[in-house]
Design a protein around this ligand. Structure first.
Ligand SMILES: *Cc1c(COP(=O)(O)O)cnc(C)c1O
Length: 377
């Protein structure tokens, strides 16, 4: 969403080069929206989506907790004012010495998806709470998280049993239905599986009490997406369906849904050309590409809304590419992007919905291009 504040900032500051401008008012609205949609759930903002200190500080002041994936992210959350009891170390792949450092900072909540990881947590963070991540297929997600994280529900029972035996608190189960998930029923399938793990453990007298429902809440790109309210209702219904009136504590970990629509990238058209006189697609090269922050265009997974000052006029299909000398630096080619015929070299364009997974995906100096600058306003 390009807010008036963002437009005014760009018009008065006129920053040179590509940059991401993010309006904190939108983040505030998103946080309140999640709180309203899922009033029983604790919100752990997924720091990796955008770790700008201003964002973390705002969310900490609003009462948010934080999902972190490294010691550096734990430190960022602490520096933003979060107390350690509001930090989850949610990565299932941690070095034992990093677990120890997080433990020394006071973090007592860890994700696991294997007995091997449980053993590390038991040694480095004794007595802590652990939750076991279960696999989901990511169906319906535009940015599926595939099979890298989680184990099958039957194994999750064993993982949590070992945790219990090793003196950890077998706290619960987590899942992530895939990022940019627009299928409301995917939480239902995951919650059903989470309940099987609860039942499995109950037969051994172990009673987990928490379900971490992960992220996946979408940002609007080209197509409309359901509101946070719609997600909240669907999830609450599924929780009641599977857990009856013994509802577990729940956590959500929105990343994209918290910050995606709050940021806009300003970019510039560097070249418009064709590969042959009779070529029926144009190539439009921007001063930002896959290595400058638009990594989620990989496999053309995320299709951003691009706004130009010529919108409304006739369009033609364009291959959209970045400025680096790597042939992988093409954003949209299989499905060319309709851009105005009158677009010209030197024009500025706005790439909307780029508040999440952009600044941190930008390379440090590939081809000498500086990392994506961010202005948090
Ligand atoms: C990345 C991540 C999230 C955030 O996912 P979004 O789809 O951006 O909401 C939440 N939880 C975990 C464990 C993650 O790795």
């Amino acid at each position: 969403m390009t807010t008036q504040r963002i437009i005014d900032f760009l018009n008065t500051r006129r920053p040179d080069g590509p940059c991401m401008v993010l309006d904190l008012d939108i983040v505030r609205e998103n946080y309140l929206g999640f709180e309203k949609a899922l009033p029983q759930s604790r919100i752990f903002y997924a720091v990796k989506a955008n770790p700008a200190p201003e964002i973390l500080h705002l969310l900490a002041s609003m009462g948010s907790s934080f999902d972190t994936a490294s010691v550096a992210e734990v430190e960022m959350a602490l520096n933003a004012g979060a107390t350690p009891d509001r930090i989850s170390y949610g990565n299932t792949i941690k070095k034992e010495r990093d677990i120890k450092r997080a433990y020394e900072y006071g973090v007592r909540l860890y994700a696991v998806d294997s007995v091997e990881e449980v053993e590390k947590v038991a040694r480095a963070a004794p007595g802590s709470r652990v939750f076991c991540r279960i696999l989901t297929d990511g169906a319906g997600a535009e940015w599926p998280l595939s099979r890298k994280f989680g184990c099958v529900p039957a194994m999750a029972g064993d993982v949590l049993r070992v945790a219990h035996q090793l003196g950890l608190h077998a706290y619960g189960v987590s899942f992530h239905v895939g990022s940019q998930q627009t299928d409301l029923t995917s939480w239902d399938r995951a919650l059903e599986e989470a309940k099987t793990v609860f039942d499995d453990l109950a037969s051994d007298g172990i009673y987990p009490s928490m379900v971490n429902m992960g992220g996946g809440f979408p940002t609007r790109y080209l197509k409309d997406v359901p509101t946070a309210q719609a997600y909240g209702e669907a999830i609450f219904e599924s929780l009641s369906k599977h857990f009856g009136n013994r509802l577990p504590e729940t956590i959500i970990e929105p990343g994209r849904g918290m910050v995606g629509n709050a940021g806009v990238i300003k970019a510039e058209v560097v070249l418009i050309s064709r590969k042959a006189d009779n070529d029926n697609v144009r190539w439009v090269y921007l001063d930002i590409g896959k290595f400058g922050g638009l990594a989620e265009t990989m496999d053309e997974a995320i299709r951003y809304q691009i706004v130009t000052s010529h919108d409304g006029g006739e369009t033609e299909p364009s291959v959209l590419a970045g400025p680096t000398c790597d042939s992988a630096d093409v954003m949209y080619e299989k499905t060319p992007y309709p851009l105005p015929v009158s677009l010209t070299i030197g024009d500025e364009v706005l790439i909307e919905g780029t508040g999440a997974y952009t600044t941190t995906y930008s390379a440090v100096a590939f081809n000498g291009f500086e990392p994506l600058r961010a202005y948090i306003i």
